[in-house]
Design a protein around this ligand. Structure first.
Ligand code: FES
Ligand code: FE2
Length: 422
């Protein structure tokens, strides 16, 4: 016998792990009709795992404690020379602007990213929508005090309502006919991998490629995420995958203890990570990295992991991990909050039997990533590096990445004139 779950899906902890499930239901009062079995199959106790690092928490250990530490960090950042010939800060592509799990039906949230002020809301049909934040009437911010009515967004100032279908104004209090030709910009939006993504394009083109679902996520569960705010140019973040040389320089010391960095003789006892990688571009908006990892103690390699990485456009990376304990998928999004400020999130998924390791990986992978953040938070952009042979993939990566800039991309200088990163 199939017993319906009967949890209202907007209150169900599980539905956001598989956002495509939301789309099956068309109104807010809908109850989940999946069988209890299928809900239980997705059951996991790690879904709340969140490992979050704010900007000032990583890479500023050299700035001593004290009540004015935040101010001293800000000063250090303000005096940082970001480099010359810095590429535009907001490339063309899909960018995650909000976490699915943080946007319940009827909720509204303000997001400042890509040089835009955005209003992100979820209509009663469960669909996430993204619109420009400012009301065309008198400029109130719809994301701050605005409310969701059906699938419309209503402005807090004079209660004008805008359609969830096309952004047009559909009603004005005490006015019989809504003014014609008044609308807010709706951004092309999709929801997958636990995030809400918009298409950003300086030429206002429709999406140059589609976001496609990860088939495994139909059966795998969400195990948590790590979430970093990083001070760097967006291009620096995925460049890490093409920068093969940094892997063993930065990511070799053991996650168990970094004592081996200070005392290399201890390395054999504690163990250390050994990496190898190849980066290759495709003839489109994607590139691949084949990565292998071993943990070496004495002469023995343990903890072998293969990672197949696909970079999709400028701000999205898919990582499939395969190890003896099972597979795992990590969805990485990089979103420019400002010209040199990025939000980087890794969302971790796995089959149920591998849930404990995947949950642990939210932390382990985050701790590896911290090492890159330590460097990024104070580096500058070098437009013409002194390349050595091993860096040839960095050069290839930069050529490949340049496809995401176009004639009307806002320059780094222009973006900074209207922006306070810190
Ligand atoms: S400013 Fe939005 S309704 Fe007036
Ligand atoms: Fe790295």
């Amino acid at each position: 016998m199939v017993v319906s779950c009967s949890i209202r899906f907007d209150r169900c902890k599980d539905y956001l792990r598989a956002p495509s499930c939301v789309k099956k239901y068309s109104n807010m009062a809908a109850y989940c009709t999946d069988s209890v079995d299928s809900v239980l199959k997705n059951e996991n106790t790690f879904s709340e795992l969140l490992y979050k690092k704010e900007l000032t928490e990583v890479g500023f250990e050299h700035i001593g404690p004290g009540p004015d530490r935040e101010r001293r960090i800000s000063r250090a950042q303000a005096s940082r020379r970001m480099g010359d010939k810095i590429p535009p800060p907001y490339p063309n592509g899909w960018f995650a602007v909000a976490e699915s799990i943080e946007l319940k039906i009827g909720q509204v949230t303000a997001v400042d990213a890509l040089g835009q002020n955005l209003c992100v809301y979820r209509g009663e049909d469960g669909v996430a929508r993204v619109v420009d934040a400012y009301c065309p009437h008198l400029g109130a911010n719809l994301a701050i005090g605005g409310s969701v009515c059906g699938n419309c967004i209503e402005c807090p100032f004079h209660k004008w309502r805008f359609s969830g279908e096309d952004g047009s104004c559909v009603s004005v209090p005490d006015v019989e006919h809504a003014p014609k030709g008044v609308s807010i910009k709706q951004w092309t939006t999709v929801e997958m991998d636990g995030a809400i993504w918009i298409w950003h394009d300086a030429e206002n083109r429709t999406p140059l490629w589609d976001m496609t679902e990860v088939p495994e996520l139909k059966h795998w569960g969400y195990r948590g995420r790590n979430d970093f705010t990083v001070s760097a140019h967006i291009q620096d973040i995925p460049e890490n995958g093409a920068d093969v040389g940094h892997l063993n320089a930065v990511h070799s010391p053991s996650l168990l203890s970094r004592l081996g960095e200070k005392y290399p003789l201890l390395n054999d006892l504690i163990g250390y990570h050994v990496w190898s990688a190849t980066w290759s571009k495709n003839e489109d908006h994607t590139a691949n990295i084949d990565l292998t990892h071993d943990y070496r103690i004495m002469k023995y390699n343990i903890g072998h992991v293969d990672v197949k990485v696909t970079q999709i456009g400028p701000g999205y990376v898919r990582l499939f991990f395969q190890s003896t304990v099972g597979p795992m998928y990590v969805s990485q999004s990089v979103t420019p909050l400002g010209p040199s400020l990025q939000r980087v999130i890794h969302r971790v998924y796995s089959p149920a039997y591998n849930a404990p390791f995947a949950a642990l990986s939210v932390r382990l992978e985050g701790d590896m990533f911290v090492r890159d953040v330590e460097i990024w938070n104070s580096k500058r952009f070098v437009s013409a590096p002194s390349y050595v042979k091993a860096d040839k993939t960095i050069r290839a990566y930069r050529n490949w990445y340049s496809q995401f800039y176009s004639k009307n991309s806002v320059s780094f200088r222009e973006a900074n004139q209207n922006m306070l990163d810190w």
